[in-house]
Structure formats: structure tokens, C-alpha cells
Design a binder for this molecule. Structure first.
Ligand SMILES: CC(C)(COP(=O)(O)OP(=O)(O)OC[C@H]1O[C@@H](n2cnc3c(N)ncnc32)[C@H](O)[C@@H]1OP(=O)(O)O)[C@@H](O)C(=O)NCCC(=O)NCCS
Length: 159
């Protein structure tokens, strides 16, 4: 991977830029009857952005230079259990398969451990999303089990 990516706390402006060229990805839908191509609406993005401003969540833009190319979230941040849940989605197919997602997940996990003081990061994927499972394996997540349409993973802080 030659181009370097970074994470930035998502701003409203970044969120609009990201979603203007957003494409939903079929791989996160177990039930394809729920899948719809994405259409940008300014009002919906404002609502989405506002809904993510919570103390138990960090919403990051995945930045390639000064351009947002995806989003990664640390959700359900639990300060007493010291764990949270990772989720990620790149903007569209132009930014997939180039190593950016793996790097963004690595950075988000480091943020959870180093900045938030988490002891563990959880993740889940729909069963068919083998690309995502492959990345979690690569980053050292442990497969916890399968329940219904989901596979559950967990990474403990080794330090
Ligand atoms: C999942 C996602 C974030 C990964 O980001 P990305 O930039 O595409 O991924 P990377 O290029 O860093 O890595 C992809 C890896 O998966 C592998 N891969 C791709 N398709 C695969 C498949 N069908 N089966 C197994 N591995 C696969 C690639 O070979 C690569 O692994 P490698 O580096 O060991 O060769 C991105 O594809 C995405 O946004 N997908 C849609 C949303 C999503 O699935 N989110 C996760 C929900 S749990």
C-alpha cells in the first residue's frame, strides 16, 4: 500500500462529502430484499450525522490525504467493562481491495486501546461477509461463535 491513510473525527462537512459518492455494499445484507442502492439526500445525512454524536460512540472518517473514503466507528463504548464494538464501511468500490480497510481497522483498534483505554474490541459480520472475516482474522481477532446470521469476533488488548 503506497498511499497512507489516517482517521479523523468525522465532521458534518466530511460526512456530506463521504455520502455524496456513497454506494451501499451487498456484502452486509443477509436478506437481499432489504438492499437498496444509496441516494444522497442532504437532510438524511444531517440526521445521520446528528444521530451518531453520542458519548458512547466515536465516528471517524477514513482519510486518504484530505479526502474521506470511508467511515469506521467504535460503538457501544463501555467505560466500566472497557470494551467497544468496531464497524466499518468504505465509500464505494473505488476504495476497496487496496488495503485501506485493513489499515483503518488497525488504526481504530489502536485508538480504542491507546486513547480510550479499552481492554477489548468486539466485531460482528454477517455470515456471508468472508472479506470482512478475513481482515478480522488477519488483525488477530478471535472467532467467538456464530448465532443466526452473524459471526462474532473479539480482540483483547495484549499489552
Ligand atoms: C470490509 C471493507 C471495510 C474492507 O476494506 P477493503 O479496503 O476493501 O479491504 P482490504 O483491501 O484492506 O483487504 C481485503 C482483504 O480481504 C481479502 N478478500 C477480498 N475478498 C475476499 C473474499 N471473498 N474472501 C476472502 N478474502 C477476501 C483480500 O484478499 C484482502 O486480504 P489480503 O490483504 O490478505 O490479500 C470494505 O470492503 C467494505 O467497506 N465492505 C463493505 C462494508 C463491510 O463489509 N463492512 C464490514 C461489515 S462487518
Amino acid at each position: 500500500m503506497s498511499d497512507k491513510i489516517s482517521l479523523a473525527i468525522m465532521t458534518r462537512e466530511m460526512c456530506h462529502e463521504l455520502y455524496k459518492s456513497w454506494e451501499n455494499d451487498e456484502s452486509i445484507y443477509m436478506d437481499m430484499s432489504l438492499f437498496k442502492p444509496y441516494t444522497y439526500k442532504e437532510k438524511s445525512v444531517n440526521k445521520y450525522f446528528d444521530s451518531k454524536q453520542e458519548p458512547f460512540r466515536r465516528l471517524f472518517a477514513i482519510m486518504l490525504g484530505d479526502k474521506p473514503i470511508g467511515e469506521v466507528q467504535l460503538k457501544s463504548i463501555d467505560q466500566s467493562k472497557k470494551e467497544c464494538t468496531l464497524s466499518i464501511h468504505m465509500q464505494n468500490d473505488n476504495f476497496k481491495g487496496k488495503g485501506y480497510g485493513t489499515e483503518a481497522e488497525r488504526l481504530a483498534v489502536r485508538y480504542a486501546f491507546d486513547e480510550l483505554g479499552m481492554k477489548a474490541v468486539n466485531a460482528d459480520t454477517v455470515v456471508k461477509n468472508v472479506r470482512s472475516q478475513h481482515i478480522l482474522d488477519k488483525l488477530g481477532f478471535e472467532f467467538i461463535g456464530k448465532e443466526g446470521d452473524f459471526k462474532y469476533y473479539r480482540l483483547e488488548n495484549a499489552e
